[in-house]
Design a protein around this ligand. Structure first.
Ligand SMILES: C[S@@+](CC[C@H](N)C(=O)[O-])C[C@H]1O[C@@H](n2cnc3c(N)ncnc32)[C@H](O)[C@@H]1O
Length: 379
């Protein structure tokens, strides 16, 4: 495991104002908003990635920013579609995947699907409308999205790249039935040997930090399944969150992050792996490996309007995520459902508390399979 990261430096982000007028916070972008080709040089500063050593200035004002509004737990709508699938219902009242039962810790029901779709919009805002930052040097023919979830990234990518075929794979069959003709989904475990007939031009994986028992093996499989010159891109969220002051460690939210790391280690998953992606990609043979850093504040505490907006939406996301993460506490730490629920009430108060200056580091890491490869790796 790498040494812990350096604390953030003194540079203030307050001076690095984004080019857009973000004073009025819009609703999250819709799928109609076209995503432009991945021309990384065109991105405004907050989209090309921050330096992870930058400090995030606190908004000291009393106002909880009326333009953004307060927090409330999101409600979800129900649809008849969920009854079509057979899932496993557990003690916490949520449903989980049946294929390779027990492997993945989050539910797969309507609430979770809504969360994933909302989170997709959050990524959209974070990457300024880009689905991928990898500088592909050709129009992709075959694209793979591992752990595709509701398939929303794969569908959007297929719409943006009509000449590509996008395959999304997941343990849960929670993708829509009506999708673009150049997009398809399959139930698969990406920790099995990969048996794809074709090689891919782009392999994408997003928010898989809790899904990888043997992360480096996943990079090896992806490397072997890419065509020369093809790219792998991981978009992930570092865990646990951090703060530049004592506000997170002294909070119940800080305790929640520590408990989550411990619980998941007991269940065979190390949530702290994201900082190693770049090194692992280089070790398995990828070249031109780049890492871009972004931030998701836990609520509206930052002064920067763009980060404040991301914080608003990530706060909503985190509230739902905490609700969904009862399983690690019960199965990993042996807590009762009542104990978890009581703790989560306290934790969620901290998510809404602007005195808790917590944020996640996001890492978008991409690398290319060399045009000429070592046969042992590409076989
Ligand atoms: C946090 S969700 C992210 C979904 C999607 N990538 C996104 O960003 O919206 C992780 C997804 O990975 C899937 N998953 C976890 N372990 C997996 C495995 N071994 N094989 C295939 N899918 C897996 C889960 O079912 C879940 O849908």
């Amino acid at each position: 495991m790498d040494p812990p990261m350096e604390p953030l430096g003194e540079t203030s982000l307050a001076a690095a104002q984004p080019e857009h007028d973000l004073s009025a916070v819009p609703a999250p972008p819709t799928h109609q908003e076209p995503s432009v080709p991945p021309t990384v040089t065109r991105l405004p500063p907050h989209s090309t990635g921050w330096s992870q050593d930058q400090n995030i200035s606190v908004d000291e004002s009393e106002d909880d920013d009326s333009a953004i509004g307060g927090f409330s737990e999101m409600t979800s709508t129900t649809s008849a579609r969920s009854s079509v699938f057979e899932f496993v219902r557990e003690e916490d009242g949520r449903t989980y995947h049946r294929y390779r039962q027990g492997k993945y810790m989050l539910p797969n029901d309507e609430e979770e699907q809504d969360r994933l779709n909302m989170q997709h919009q959050l990524w959209y805002m974070t990457l300024d409308g880009h689905l991928s930052l990898a500088p592909l040097n050709r129009e992709p023919e075959h694209v793979l999205d591992i752990g595709t979830g509701t398939g929303v990234w794969a569908i959007d990518y297929a719409l943006d790249h009509p000449t590509a075929h996008v395959t999304g794979s997941d343990l849960s069959p929670i993708q829509p039935n009506f999708v673009p003709v150049n997009c398809s989904f399959e139930v698969d475990d990406f920790e099995d040997e990969w048996a794809y007939e074709q090689k891919f031009d782009l392999i994408h994986g997003r928010l898989l930090l809790s899904c990888l028992a043997e992360p480096k093996k996943m990079f090896e499989r992806a490397f072997a399944s890419l065509s020369p010159g093809g790219y792998m891109e991981m978009q992930d969220c570092e865990f646990p969150a951090k703060s530049n002051d004592d506000s997170l460690p002294s909070s119940n939210l800080g305790k929640w992050y520590s408990h989550m790391v411990d619980a998941c280690l007991k269940l065979g998953r190390d949530l702290r792996i994201v900082r190693n992606y770049k090194r692992w990609m280089e070790e398995v043979g990828f070249v031109n490996v780049e890492e871009k850093v972004f931030f998701w504040p836990v609520n509206t505490w930052p002064r920067d309007p763009h980060l404040k907006k991301l914080g608003f939406w990530y706060g909503q996301d985190l509230m739902e995520l905490i609700t969904g993460l009862k399983r690690p506490f019960m199965k990993g730490l042996g807590w009762t459902l009542e104990e978890v629920d009581a703790f989560h009430v306290l934790v969620k108060k901290d998510v809404m508390d602007r005195n808790v200056h917590a944020y996640h580091i996001l890492r978008v890491v991409y690398g290319m399979k060399p045009e000429v490869t070592d046969n042992t790796l590409s076989a």
